[in-house]
Design a protein around this ligand. Structure first.
Ligand SMILES: Cc1cc2nc3c(=O)[nH]c(=O)nc-3n(C[C@H](O)[C@H](O)[C@H](O)COP(=O)(O)O)c2cc1C
Length: 244
């Protein structure tokens, strides 16, 4: 590990790879991560997205691209970044798993007492992002959040493995805890109390993001990407092409 001023005068915090001695005996020091990031660029040339390619609905188009992401072997293709904002407009993000999508929107499950849960219930404006980088694609959703009804949340809860249910029930998501031990003790206590089945905690449930916009972004050559965005317009949807 090397740290200190960069040989060419830039300040670098730390460089993970230490000095490197080449075959010719010359010692080189890797540039800082920031310098390397600035040089990382990839030419997007795989696909295009024309208006004539689009499915008639955002849902149909989402299904097509989701199938492509699965077929391409994208790891956790249903992982999405969920952005919320507090009533004071403080934004926050986290990855969650999408557990269903239909005309009503995108469903996720979580501890409703968590930061995301509290934010979404107090300020129901939210955004989602599916980062399908191997396909040079992203889907970005903007909309409002509603709570999934309890019967639907119960149906999903019972479909989860027993261990995940115990873990979810044992974790006061987002709260400061004294140690990992606190979680493990609580899981053991719950396992003794509910050896076969564990009821869904009241504070654990589903949130659905009802979209007002769904943008399909496809990387193209020379940064002239395609961005086609479905926008809710009363009872209809219109498609806008956005400059990249
Ligand atoms: C791939 C992945 C999937 C995740 N899925 C979920 C999920 O479905 N629900 C959930 O509550 N947290 C999930 N998490 C954990 C969240 O990112 C986050 O740490 C947690 O929900 C607490 O967020 P909050 O404190 O902002 O509310 C996932 C994390 C990763 C990396």
């Amino acid at each position: 590990m090397w740290s200190g001023p960069h040989p060419d005068g830039r300040t670098a915090v730390a460089v993970r790879a230490g000095p490197h001695v080449g075959e010719d005996g010359r010692v080189t020091v890797d540039p800082s991560p920031t310098v390397r990031m600035a040089d990382l660029r990839r030419a997007y040339a795989e696909h295009g997205l024309a208006e004539s390619d689009l499915a008639p609905t955002w849902l149909g188009q989402f299904h097509r691209w989701f199938a492509d992401a699965e077929a391409a072997g994208v790891a956790e293709p249903n992982a999405m970044v969920f952005a919320t904002a507090s009533p004071a407009a403080q934004p926050s993000l986290r990855t969650v798993l999408c557990k269903g999508v239909d005309q009503r929107g995108f469903t996720l499950y979580t501890n409703l007492g968590s930061r995301k849960g509290r934010d979404a219930l107090a300020n129901p404006q939210a955004s989602l992002l599916f980062p399908w980088h191997p396909l040079e694609r992203q889907v970005i959703v903007g909309g409002t959040v509603e709570r999934v009804d309890p019967a639907e949340a119960d149906a999903y809860w019972v479909s989860r493995p027993y261990g995940s249910r115990l873990g979810a029930a044992a974790s006061p998501q987002g709260q400061v805890i004294a140690s990992r031990r606190v979680l493990e003790d609580e899981r053991e206590r719950l396992a003794r109390e509910y050896p076969d089945d564990i009821p869904r905690p009241e504070g654990w449930g589903g949130l659905r993001v009802r979209p007002d916009t769904v943008e399909f972004w496809q990387g193209r050559a020379d940064r002239l990407h395609d961005r086609l965005s479905f926008r809710r317009d009363g009872d209809d949807w219109v498609v806008d092409r956005l400059a990249p």
